[in-house]
Write a protein that binds this ligand. Structure first.
Ligand SMILES: NC(=O)c1ccc[n+]([C@@H]2O[C@H](COP(=O)([O-])OP(=O)(O)OC[C@H]3O[C@@H](n4cnc5c(N)ncnc54)[C@H](OP(=O)(O)O)[C@@H]3O)[C@@H](O)[C@H]2O)c1
Length: 267
């Protein structure tokens, strides 16, 4: 059955809904009539978004201000979600670091693993049984083109997204016959806001404008793909090139080449 029609009792959950791709996913889901549970740490921003989407689209939007790198807070959210009617889960929240692992803050690296992988796993485990039981539901996993290959100077992030990419495509193979759709979004660079010259990162400066996709475009493409139970969404030229390179080039060649670029992103 896949994605059910929106209803007043069901909720679509979006993690990382306070900015970027997550905010765009929340807006697009609301436009399609789905009531929401918005998750991120910054509750005030979520509340403003929830009020705006309720007013504009007439849906219900609830806010759960939760640090998904905190196992206790995540467990509490998962307990609640397992008892609610969840029609869609967008596992979107994630962070990235660039630089030599030995020089990065170990606690932030550990938090990155918990957020990018463990929370994704926990949230999926919380809602999957009810989706399988109903024979309907959709899970959008936000991985990355970075998860297709080894990336020196982006090691924790690339490894965490390799987990998400593989988890999504493996799980899809288990449940698509049971009516539950699972789609992986594996993007390259997505412009979540226009940076000022002072705040522009090396990535912003190095990657030319035409290779960026907008959050809104990526969100619409992803939800259309989930609706059709597509295995993987790879928006844009650079993501497609990274997918091909990751899939077909021997990893001992890709690692040093890609690492040369990513070394600059840590500056
Ligand atoms: N933008 C890109 O170029 C790109 C490319 C490939 C993949 N992706 C993936 O797309 C997803 C969204 O990225 P984005 O670019 O839209 O990022 P973003 O604008 O920085 O948004 C990240 C979201 O995650 C939330 N978040 C961060 N830490 C959290 C925590 N500990 N607990 C709960 N929520 C947390 C943030 O909210 P709070 O700060 O309020 O908690 C925010 O809503 C990520 O998984 C990212 O890896 C992005």
């Amino acid at each position: 059955m896949g994605i059910p029609e929106p209803s007043s009792s069901a909720r679509a959950v979006v993690t990382g809904a306070s900015s970027g791709i997550g905010a765009a996913l929340a807006t697009e889901l609301a436009r399609r009539g789905h009531s929401l549970i918005l998750v991120a740490r910054r509750g005030e921003i979520l509340q403003t978004t929830a009020t705006r989407l309720s007013d504009e689209f007439g849906i219900d939007a609830e806010v759960r201000a939760t640090d998904l790198s905190d196992p206790v807070a995540t467990a509490s959210l998962c307990d609640e979600l397992s008892t609610r009617e969840i029609s869609i889960l967008c596992n979107n929240a994630g962070i990235a670091t660039f630089g030599a692992l030995a020089e990065l803050d170990p606690e932030y690296e550990r938090a990155q693993v918990r957020l990018n992988t463990v929370a994704v796993h926990d949230l999926t485990l919380a809602v999957l049984p009810q989706m399988v039981g109903r024979g309907s539901g959709g899970i959008l996993m936000v991985g990355s083109a970075a998860g297709n290959m080894p990336i020196p100077h982006n090691a924790t992030y690339a490894a965490s997204k390799a987990f998400v990419n593989s988890f999504s495509e493996s799980l899809r193979g288990e449940v698509s016959g049971q009516g539950v759709f699972v789609t992986l979004l594996a993007p390259g660079p997505v412009r979540t806001h226009t940076p000022s010259p002072e705040e522009a990162s090396t990535v912003d400066r190095v990657v030319p404008d035409f290779l960026w996709n907008s959050s809104e475009y990526v969100a619409t493409l992803s939800l259309d793909a989930l609706q059709r139970n597509k295995m993987r969404v790879v928006p844009g030229l650079l993501s497609k090139a990274m997918s091909v390179a990751g899939g077909y080039t021997p990893r001992k060649f890709t690692a040093p080449i890609v690492g040369t670029f990513y070394r600059k992103f840590g500056d």
